[in-house]
Write a protein that binds this ligand. Structure first.
Ligand SMILES: [Zn+2]
Length: 501
């Protein structure tokens, strides 16, 4: 017998034993408790069998600074199993929060997303990632007895692209009446700098993630991935999702990757390959800016369209890949800085992929932050390092009002404090979203596969759910999922790290 057959046989014996116990008890007044005992016995047996699974041997998990650090290693199926098993509780919790948000914003039911995952996305997913996604389901089920299947997990992995890219495109195609006002999101503030701009002349890269606090508070995983094929990866991420997705990551062949999304992007190609697959593949297999660009363009579906900020620590070169669907543009330099705060700048990309976006409106969140990046990066030219980057990620200067005030226009976003919201993303006044965590690294750290990360607002402020919900009853639908988002300390993580005792 092979391992999995042995495990199945062992599990079957326990189930038969428990069933016998249940039958013995079923005629008596104690049948309810006997039934409970059977359920508990089966669950315990399942967990024991799963914990002894040899696929888990190289994997590990520990928590620090508000983050959960996960080491995954091996072939795709094994890494998926480890991911599903080690983060089972967080995946179930994250799935509930994310799927509720997807259904709420789009007014579509979950079966709609399962169908999109199964029929549109799955056939174009590379075999190795299909195996990894199946592995996640297997590990998750082994640990918790979860009912989630691969369609659920694929739809969930596409949570940044199905609701706000595919659905608005579909609504337009089908001329859906009373369709909700869906806008592609404006996620993140970031920069990458090199040459005379940085303290040591080498690359510095930093990023804070913007999203709603419901999802953002759960965006607390550090993935250390040692795949059988491709390069070693260290990235932040979301439980159950195979790409970083917000995106911040480095690989062992010198590539440094982050992005900010393109505001008011429109478009989708149903025949393309899911963005979460291309982004993961590019971080795993690209050893140069050219290779990264090639992988992202291959099967581009328009989902989660980003301005990718890239660095190659081997050459000191940085690049910006503005990846529209109809158009794209690549800028690159060995002496410069490239910043992002959700604005496209190539005239062709703007015209063809984000026609509604107004680059001239200085009051909007993307443009006000763009102006702040220019001020800050110019002021710190020649001095930029990770410590400076950490401070910039927590910056609260509003260039439109010319004052210090944490709001939707500051690099560290606090839209819950804004009476304006962000109309370009359909974020209403006092929308509970903004900067939810930050990360930074430089070429020296990337060579040693190290990053620093801070959970919560990078300025250190806490978000408290209860007073927010009391003040904003219009967000009551989020109450089951919206939790406090407390800031942790800046914390260093590295590949192959063992828990600190
Ligand atoms: Zn802040």
């Amino acid at each position: 017998m092979n391992d999995s057959m042995r495990r199945a046989a062992a599990l079957l014996l326990v189930i038969l034993g428990a069933a016998a116990l249940w039958r013995a008890g079923s005629g008596s007044p104690a049948s309810a408790s006997a039934n409970d005992a059977m359920v508990a016995t089966i669950a315990a047996a399942r967990e024991r069998a799963a914990a002894n699974d040899p696929r888990l041997k190289p994997a590990s998990r520990y928590e620090e600074g508000g983050w959960i650090y996960i080491h995954l290693e091996g072939d795709p199926g094994a890494m998926g199993y480890q991911h599903g098993y080690l983060l089972a509780t967080e995946i179930e919790d994250g799935f509930a929060a994310v799927s509720a948000g997807m259904m709420h914003s789009t007014e579509r039911n979950w079966e709609f997303f399962r169908k999109a995952a199964r029929e549109m996305l799955w056939p174009k997913i590379d075999a190795e990632y299909q195996q990894e996604l199946r592995g996640i389901v297997e590990g998750l089920r082994a640990r918790t007895g979860s009912k989630l299947d691969v369609d659920d997990i694929v739809a969930f992995n596409a949570f940044e692209e199905l609701p706000e890219y595919y659905v608005p495109w579909l609504n337009k195609q089908q001329k859906t009446g009373n369709a909700p006002n869906l806008k592609s999101p404006g996620n993140c503030s970031a920069f990458v700098a090199t040459g005379s701009w940085t303290k040591d002349g080498q690359i510095v890269m930093a990023h804070n993630t913007w999203t709603n606090y419901r999802n953002g508070e759960r965006w607390r995983i550090v993935f250390d991935i040692a795949p059988k094929n491709g390069y070693r990866i260290l990235m932040d991420g979301f439980p159950g999702v195979i790409a970083s997705d917000d995106d911040f990551g480095i690989n062992s062949n010198g590539l440094m990757v982050t992005e900010t999304t393109i505001t008011q992007f429109e478009g989708w190609d149903p025949n393309g390959k899911a963005e979460f697959v291309r982004a993961r593949k590019a971080l795993q297999y690209a050893g140069s800016i050219d290779e990264y660009t090639k992988i992202m363009l291959d099967g581009n579906n328009g989902g989660y369209a980003n301005d990718w900020l890239l660095g190659d620590r081997k050459t000191g070169e940085i690049a910006q890949l503005e990846l529209g669907l109809k158009a794209y543009k690549l800028w690159r330099t060995k002496d410069g800085v490239l910043a992002g705060s959700n604005w496209a700048r190539d005239p062709k990309v703007l015209k063809e992929d984000a026609p509604q976006f107004d680059p001239g409106n200085k009051e909007s969140s993307p443009n006000a932050r763009r102006a702040r990046w220019e001020e800050l990066l110019t002021e710190t030219k020649g001095k930029i390092d990770v410590a400076v980057a950490e401070k910039m990620l927590g910056d609260h200067s509003d260039t439109a009002q010319k004052k210090e005030e944490a709001n939707e226009r500051t690099l560290c976003g606090h839209v819950d404090g804004s009476p304006r919201g962000v109309q370009e993303w359909d974020w209403q006044p006092y929308y509970p979203g903004g900067a939810v965590q930050g990360k930074a690294t430089d070429a020296t750290m990337a060579k040693e596969m190290r990053i620093v990360a801070r959970m919560g607002h990078p300025c250190g402020a806490d978000f408290l759910a209860k007073p927010f919900l009391a003040a904003h009853p219009e967000q009551a639908w989020q109450a089951p999922y919206l939790r406090d988002m407390k800031s942790g300390p800046w914390t260093e993580f590295r590949s192959g790290q063992a828990p600190k005792e």
